[in-house]
Ligand binder design. Structure first.
Ligand SMILES: [Zn+2]
Ligand SMILES: [Zn+2]
Ligand SMILES: [Zn+2]
Length: 423
C-alpha cells in the first residue's frame, strides 16, 4: 500500500464497534477475530485486507539498552518494565501520564505534542501526524473509509514488531490498530473505551476552555444538520462529503438564512435540531444596512436557540467567521460572548498573504493549527484588509473548509467522492 495516498480500498470493510468490543469478554473478541479472518478471503486478491500480528513473545538478544525508541521493546521484553511506565512517543522513562489511545505512558513534551496535533488534518482529509507519537515524516494511512488516522514507520516497527512497516507497505489495503477488530498487535494494545479516554485526556490536559465532545464511533455517526447564516456553506459541506449532492433523502440537510431579523426561538426549534451552526460577517465589498457587529450579535442570538439543552452529550458545533470587518471593540465583545478567543486563518501562497479571516468556534483543533500572530503579521494583516479586492471573499471558502475537517470524527460523511485537494 502507499503512504499518504488515498487508494480505493474495498468499501466492503464492515464497521466494528470497537469500544463495545474492547470492553467485551475475551471470548467474543476472539470470536470476532475469527469472523474477521473468515471475512478477509471473501475479498478478491487486490482488495484483500491483511492483518499485522506480531509475536510479542520475541525477545531481544541485547545485553545493553539500544539507542532511541528501540528502548521501548528492550525495557518491556528484557527488563520486564510495564509499558505504562515508558513514553510511547519517545521512549523516555519520565512518564507524565498515560497515552489516551494505546496502553503505554506519555512524557510531558509528547503530551503537549499530542494535544497540538490531536485534530490536525491534512487537505487529503487524513490526520497530519502519527496517531501514536504525533510526529513522523512518512505515514501509513488507515484505509478504512471511516477512519482518518495515520501511523509512522518507526512506531509500527518498534511497537508492533520489526519489519512491520515493510509488511504494511506490501499490502493492497491496510486498516489501522484502532480499526482492527482485536485490540492487540505486538506491544501495541488499544485502550478500552479509547474515545472516552481521549475526551478525558483532552479535557484534563488541553488548554482550551471549551470542553471537547467525545468522538463518535463510525457506525453511530449520523448525517449532519446544519444551520447556515449570512453565508451559505452548502458547497463546502458537499465537497467535504458531509452533505450529499442532489440527495433528497434524510442524508444530512442544510437550512440557509441570509436575514434573521424576524427569526425567533420557536422558528429555530421548528427547523432544528442542528449539529452545526455557521455564521459570518458580510462578505467584503458587499454593501448592506447592518454594521459588522450586527452579524456577530445576531449569530450569537440564533446560536442560543439552536443549542441542545444544557448537559446534553450530543456533539454540537458552531463557527463564526469574520471577514476581518469587526472592529477591535467588537472582537473583544465577541470573545466574551463566545467564551473563546478568535483564531486568525491565513491563506499564504508563496509568502504572499492571499486572504485571511478571524474565526471563533468550538470545533477542536483550530488553535493548534493557527497560532497567535506576531505583531508584524498583525500589521501586514491590517494592510491587507485595506487593500483586499472584492474577489478575495470567495477564497474564504477554502479557509473555512479546512476548519470543518475535524467534524469527520463526529458525523457521517459520504466518501464515495474522495476529498479533492483544495486549490
Ligand atoms: Zn515522550
Ligand atoms: Zn509514530
Ligand atoms: Zn483506522
Amino acid at each position: 500500500m502507499g503512504s499518504r495516498e488515498n487508494s480505493s480500498c474495498s468499501k466492503a470493510l464492515e464497521t466494528w464497534d470497537l469500544e463495545t468490543l474492547d470492553s467485551s469478554s475475551r471470548d467474543s473478541a476472539s470470536h470476532l477475530e475469527e469472523q474477521w479472518r473468515k471475512f478477509s478471503p471473501v475479498l478478491n486478491e487486490e482488495d484483500s485486507t491483511d492483518i499485522v500480528l506480531e509475536d510479542s513473545r520475541e525477545l531481544l538478544s541485547l545485553t545493553s539498552p539500544p539507542p532511541g525508541r528501540e528502548i521501548i521493546r528492550y525495557e518491556v521484553s528484557v527488563n520486564r518494565r510495564n509499558i505504562e511506565d515508558i513514553c510511547l512517543g519517545c521512549g523516555s522513562l519520565q512518564v507524565y501520564t498515560q497515552h489516551p489511545l494505546f496502553e503505554g505512558g506519555i512524557c510531558a513534551s509528547c503530551k503537549d505534542n499530542f494535544l497540538e496535533t490531536l485534530f490536525l488534518y491534512d487537505e487529503d482529509g487524513h490526520q497530519s501526524y502519527c496517531t501514536i507519537c504525533c510526529s513522523g515524516d512518512t505515514l501509513f494511512i488507515c484505509e478504512s473509509p471511516d477512519c482518518t488516522r495515520c501511523y509512522c514507520f518507526e512506531c509500527v516497527d518498534i511497537l508492533v514488531g520489526p519489519g512491520t512497516s515493510e509488511r504494511i507497505n506490501a499490502m493492497a489495503c491496510w486498516v489501522c490498530f484502532l480499526c482492527l477488530p482485536f485490540a492487540r498487535s505486538g506491544l501495541l494494545q488499544r485502550r478500552r473505551q479509547w474515545r472516552h479516554q481521549l475526551k478525558a485526556f483532552y479535557d484534563l490536559e488541553g488548554a482550551s476552555p471549551l470542553e471537547m465532545y467525545k468522538t463518535v464511533s463510525a457506525w453511530k455517526r449520523q448525517p449532519m444538520r446544519v444551520l447556515s447564516l449570512f453565508g451559505n456553506i452548502d458547497k463546502e459541506l458537499k465537497s467535504l462529503g458531509f452533505l450529499e449532492s442532489g440527495s433528497r433523502t434524510e442524508e444530512g440537510r442544510l437550512k440557509y438564512l441570509d436575514d434573521v431579523t424576524n427569526v425567533v426561538r420557536r422558528d429555530v426549534e421548528r427547523w432544528g435540531p442542528f449539529d452545526l451552526v455557521y455564521g459570518s460577517t458580510q462578505p467584503l465589498g458587499y454593501s448592506c444596512d447592518h454594521c459588522p457587529g450586527w452579524y456577530m450579535f445576531q449569530f450569537h442570538r440564533i446560536l442560543q436557540y439552536a443549542r441542545p439543552h444544557p448537559g446534553s452529550q450530543q456533539p454540537f458545533f458552531w463557527i463564526f467567521v469574520d471577514n476581518l470587518l469587526l472592529s477591535e471593540d467588537d472582537q473583544v465583545t465577541a470573545a466574551r460572548f463566545f467564551q473563546t478567543e478568535a483564531v486568525t486563518l491565513q491563506d499564504v501562497r508563496g509568502r504572499v498573504l492571499q486572504n485571511a479571516v478571524r474565526v471563533w468556534s468550538n470545533i477542536p483543533g483550530l488553535k493548534s493549527k493557527h497560532s497567535a500572530l506576531t505583531p508584524k503579521e498583525e500589521q501586514s494583516l491590517e494592510g491587507h484588509v485595506r487593500t483586499r479586492a472584492k474577489v478575495a471573499a470567495q477564497k474564504t471558502d477554502a479557509l473555512v473548509k479546512n476548519c470543518l475537517l475535524p467534524l469527520r470524527e463526529y458525523f457521517k460523511y459520504f466518501s464515495q467522492n474522495p476529498l479533492p485537494l483544495y486549490k
